[in-house]
Design a protein around this ligand. Structure first.
Ligand code: ADP
Length: 399
């Protein structure tokens, strides 16, 4: 039987190609998200080609191919488009203008919509778009100088959170301001435009992984996220909160999915306030760290869901298989060095634990190097699962 690889097949027999056709998904970005996407796409008959500037990026060993180029490299993205049946991105640094131009030029659908990426890239525009749609968000103001920051802080009350409008991730670009003596230094540490947000004294951080398909949407159960130093450490699912809060979060997530255009998975980060209100912190137009638990914990993983959505396939079921906890394996080193992990055997030896190594050659402080997932086997409480996951995580070191 003739297999057709992407658009490049030019062999003699095309009679059976619809049954055997392998499609190609081009992905801007080849980090761990691209790696797990490629793993999940393969069983659907979808091969992944990634574009990433780092040779031997995490996705490269599992993808069909890697184009080594910057995320906004015109020729690189054109080559990706020429080879792909569908395009997506796993990093917000993708260039929406370039994606729009290759979408037209190469007649290849880009999802989520590049316009959605453009909105999300600028945290201020993102928050305004949400607020205008009536979606609950923390109070925020655009700030251009000290006077603006002081005025916003006066209005919201200290502490406040200063955020760079663009380019921040894992808390980089966010500066808490405790009082007016910190305004000047905070502003100096943020490059480009900025915004100030009220500091939300949240009860817990939660998230919904949502997907938009072809005229359908689906949401995974509410996850509870534990952050330290603004970096996600663990996710507990289902979130240990009231059912009404979970329902409210799902409604907000559905409103977000309605608002944004383009098929795909979205990571919707939320704050639950002490009053049980839900506020949207931010949205990622891609699979999200807090959804990694879905690989073992749900009927469809967020990566398979993304592959289904962006290739126009039906969405999969989002039911939980059972209570589950995931924990990030972060760089515990003082400075950048070659990545040599030890202690990971403990994860492999633990029944019900799954290990995901991202294949990064270098480690630096708090870099996301892998994660582990622990599913319930007997009748362990969520607390017990979380404690076991943390113990396993603590066995791992790069020192
Ligand atoms: P990034 O884009 O770097 O992930 P976020 O804006 O999501 O940044 O913030 C990272 C973390 O910082 C959040 O998960 C939360 O713990 C904290 N944070 C962000 N905004 C606020 C806020 N307005 N009030 C309180 N904490 C916040």
């Amino acid at each position: 039987m003739a297999a057709r690889v992407g658009k490049s097949y030019a062999g003699p027999s095309t009679t059976h190609h619809q049954m055997t056709r392998t499609e190609t998904l081009g992905v801007v970005g080849g980090g761990q998200l691209g790696r797990m996407l490629a793993e999940a796409a393969a069983p659907l008959g979808v091969e992944v080609v990634v574009l990433d500037p780092t040779p031997e990026c995490p996705a490269s060993p599992v993808a069909r191919d890697q184009i080594v180029a910057e995320f906004d490299d015109e020729e690189g993205v054109q080559e990706l488009a020429a080879r792909a049946d569908y395009l997506t991105y796993e990093i917000e640094l993708a260039d929406p203008d370039l994606l729009e131009s290759v979408e037209r030029e190469y007649d290849v659908p880009v999802n989520p919509d590049p316009e959605t990426l453009r909105t999300i890239q600028d945290k201020l525009v993102q928050k305004r778009t949400l607020r205008e749609a009536g979606i609950p968000v923390p109070e925020f103001r655009q700030v251009d100088d000290r006077a603006d920051v002081a005025a916003a802080a006066e209005e919201f009350g200290y502490p406040v959170m200063l955020k760079a409008r663009e380019g921040g991730y894992d808390g980089r670009g966010n500066v808490p301001i405790a009082d007016e003596t910190e305004v000047e230094d905070a502003l100096a540490s943020v490059s480009g435009g900025a915004m100030v947000e009220e500091f939300v004294a949240f009860e817990r951080e939660v998230s919904v992984i949502g997907a938009k398909g072809d005229g359908e949407t689906a949401t995974f159960p509410l996850g509870e996220n534990v952050h330290r130093e603004e970096i996600l450490r663990e996710t507990v699912v289902p979130a240990r909160t009231d059912e009404e809060v979970g329902e409210r979060a799902r409604e907000v997530a559905e409103d977000v999915l309605d608002l944004l255009s383009g098929r795909g998975v979205y990571g919707i980060e939320l704050f639950e306030t002490p009053e049980g209100e839900i506020l949207v912190n931010e949205i990622a137009p891609r699979p999200h760290n807090s959804g990694h638990y879905t690989i073992e914990g749900a009927l469809t993983s967020q990566f398979e869901q993304h592959a289904r959505a962006v290739t126009g396939r039906p969405l999969g079921a989002t039911d939980l298989r059972g209570p589950v906890v995931s924990a990030n394996l972060l760089g515990d080193v003082e400075e950048r060095q070659r990545a040599e992990i030890s202690g990971d055997e403990a994860i492999l030896a633990h029944p019900g634990a799954s290990y995901h190594w991202y294949g990064k050659h270098e480690v630096y402080p708090l870099r996301k190097m892998g994660h582990l997932t622990l599913v319930r086997r007997d009748d362990e409480t969520p607390e017990r699962l979380l404690r076991d996951a943390r113990d396993l995580r603590d066995e791992v070191t790069f020192e």
